[in-house]
Ligand binder design. Sequence first.
Ligand SMILES: Nc1ncnc2c1ncn2[C@@H]1O[C@H](COP(=O)(O)OP(=O)(O)O)[C@@H](O)[C@H]1O
Ligand SMILES: [Mg+2]
Length: 262
Amino acid sequence: MREAIAERTGVIRNVQEALGGSNSDLAVVVTGASGRTFVKAAPKVSPDEDGRQVRALRREVAINPCVPEFAPRLLWTVETGGWLAVGSEYVEGREADYSPGSPDLAALTEAIHHLQAIPCPDPVVMRVERRWEALADDVSPMAGNALLHTDLNPNNLLITADQCVYVVDWAFASRGAPWVEVGQVIPWLIHAGHAPAEAEQWAMQFPSWMDADPVIIDRYVYLTAERWAQISAARAAPNVPVNLSLARRWASHRQGPHQPNR
Ligand SMILES: Nc1ncnc2c1ncn2[C@@H]1O[C@H](COP(=O)(O)OP(=O)(O)O)[C@@H](O)[C@H]1O
Ligand SMILES: [Mg+2]
């Protein structure tokens, strides 16, 4: 794999782990003779079987040409030695800061408005409502045809020195109701120091959020906490406890005037 990558980057001088990722087996910045390339890679289960990580990479590859206004450009893919590797344009940027008062919140807002304004590209086939279908009889309120990134955590928003904003990590892009994108972001605002009520206040700038029925949102928040509890029981990935505790904080804030109707 290293040789195959070197054929594309030129002789490899340095390989540095990319910080902030949560899903990939390998996410590195490769410095080769022709400069820096961002490389994500994952092993296949067998020559004929992809496995979870590789499927996620293939989804990113399929979506990349459809979202050039957001994503670093895909440069090449290579499959060898039982691995799939994907090379993209390297973006020299820092991760976003979602804390209260941060100027990066404006960049996040703009990215979400922009995402909600474009038609969902055909290669985006995952339906977001399926995430909750094991927990509820009717998940249709989450369904729709908007393009949702679904994982706009601050590590997935890169901001360059000249304030260009890139959205990375499209593996879980889905189609669904547009307010779900806003709902997926709120826990990250809470993580960065917003009180749940402040995070919800921020969300009110999005027409899709304002138009959504609060009872439906209560239910979504409740189901999201349940889902993280289920994931937490099934596997001990490092990001899971954080997601679970954020979802629970938000869910306990929502409990009040409209109790979730299970
Ligand atoms: N094109 C890129 N150029 C530079 N850094 C990147 C690029 N894409 C992603 N990164 C950095 O690598 C980290 C991990 O990549 P990401 O696609 O988010 O993988 P993961 O699925 O592991 O979260 C990101 O949080 C970001 O900091
Ligand atoms: Mg990521």
